[in-house]
Unconditional design. Sequence first.
Length: 248
Amino acid sequence: MTQPEQTIDGNRAIFAPISTDSALDEIAKQIRQEIKNNRLKPGQKLPPERDLCEHFGVSRNTLREALRALQVSGIIEIRKVASGGTFIKQGDKNVVITGLRDLYDLGSITAEQLTEARIMLSDPVIRDVCVKATDADLADLEENVALAEAAHKAGNHDERARLHLQFHRQLVRISGNPILIMTMEAILQVLSEFVAQIGYGEHKYVIPSRRRLLSFLTERNVDAAAAEMTAHLHRVHQHYLSLRKSSN
């Protein structure tokens, strides 16, 4: 049987009639496949619902359910305005964050596992940063530490916590690897929510550790920088995990 075709911005997206028993999964699978085949691209608008229903051989309610699932997954964007419609979405790191947060909230992963993953990822990140960091990068990190120290002295714990997280985000961005950046961002986001629930606490050792780390980065001392970060993270996370146990 010849598959019906739909022209979208000059591309030929091929959608085939599907079995109603697996309609939702099949619709999502075909749209994902067309993206993979480069026949649907970010920013492109899908055909109207009426046409999609005809191509897939499903009801409008079934189609809308499938599209909502793709929207939650971050694959499409549904714009409900006069010139709206359903569009293939640009890549969004928030999808990774949402997925990890959901797994944590559901109990599929624990704070201990997130901590372990963060420590494991930080070692190669620091080693990479030690090689790649420019003078400007190091200056930005120095500024972050100075601002965090000022926030600490002023008793502004929320700002101090924000700057501490920003420091780690700056480090992983220097690596330039989008997979590492998205993964670390997701871990940091979920862990920051965990920490906010139990309280930030007092960390007099953080700023001294930051300054030692910056010294090692400036010297391009890869092993010392990695060891400093690993020891620091073990100490920080052990502190928060012990706080959680005492609060339960």
